[in-house]
Design a protein around this ligand. Structure first.
Ligand SMILES: [Zn+2]
Ligand SMILES: [Zn+2]
Length: 196
């Protein structure tokens, strides 16, 4: 059984039925679709269960009051609304959308996946890429800031330490995201990061 599996895998055939596999996949279109349906069904039932249990629909953690999400998941999604921050600055939104793929993953969920230097960026001039990276970095830093504000709020301070830490890490993940845009930007301009 394992031999068949390995042989098919190496030959680029569907590991379940031996028909030609789809590019970049171990399964034929039929079995791939079946697997996606299965993953989606699992995911949907898990999500339903969380909904019924009034838990965060994303991770199953404790919900933020008035939300279907926990604090860390809200922050991670960049869905935090804060008073002190300027909202509605949509500069660069279109460009972010143009550089974002919607990918269906193994669990059947569709996630937006950012293309740093993908097909669309190939058509952009260096100046445009620089602008896009800068705006994306600013956007990510805004999400980071909003997340940090929330993670320091009395509401989050009242949560157990693990959840407080998750909220902080979720906020910082946006700073990490911003850093990657900035590294791209600096590298494109061959900025000398290490000065001797
Ligand atoms: Zn197949
Ligand atoms: Zn969550």
């Amino acid at each position: 059984m394992t031999d068949t599996y390995q042989d098919r895998k190496i030959a680029g055939l569907c590991t379940r039925c031996g028909d030609p596999a789809e590019d970049g996949c171990q399964l034929c279109p039929k079995h791939r679709a079946a697997q996606k349906r299965y993953a989606k069904a699992c995911y949907t039932s898990a999500r339903d269960a969380r909904r019924k249990a009034k838990a965060c629909v994303r991770c199953g953690g404790k919900r933020k009051p008035g939300s279907k999400w926990c604090v860390a998941c809200l922050i991670k999604r960049g869905k935090v609304k804060t008073k002190g921050l300027k909202q509605g600055q949509n500069i660069g939104r279109d460009r972010i959308a143009a550089r974002t793929d919607h990918v269906t993953e193994g669990d059947g969920r569709t996630r937006s996946r950012f293309r740093g230097r993908g097909a669309a960026s190939g058509r952009m001039s260096n100046e445009e890429k620089t602008d896009a990276d800068l705006r994306d970095a600013v956007e990510a830093l805004r999400k980071c800031e909003a997340g940090l504000v929330l993670s320091r709020s009395p509401e989050v301070a009242a949560l157990p330490p693990i959840q407080r830490k998750e909220a902080l890490l979720a906020a910082l993940s946006h700073a990490d995201h911003a850093r990657r845009f900035l590294v791209d930007l600096l590298e494109r301009h061959k900025y000398p990061t290490e000065r001797e």
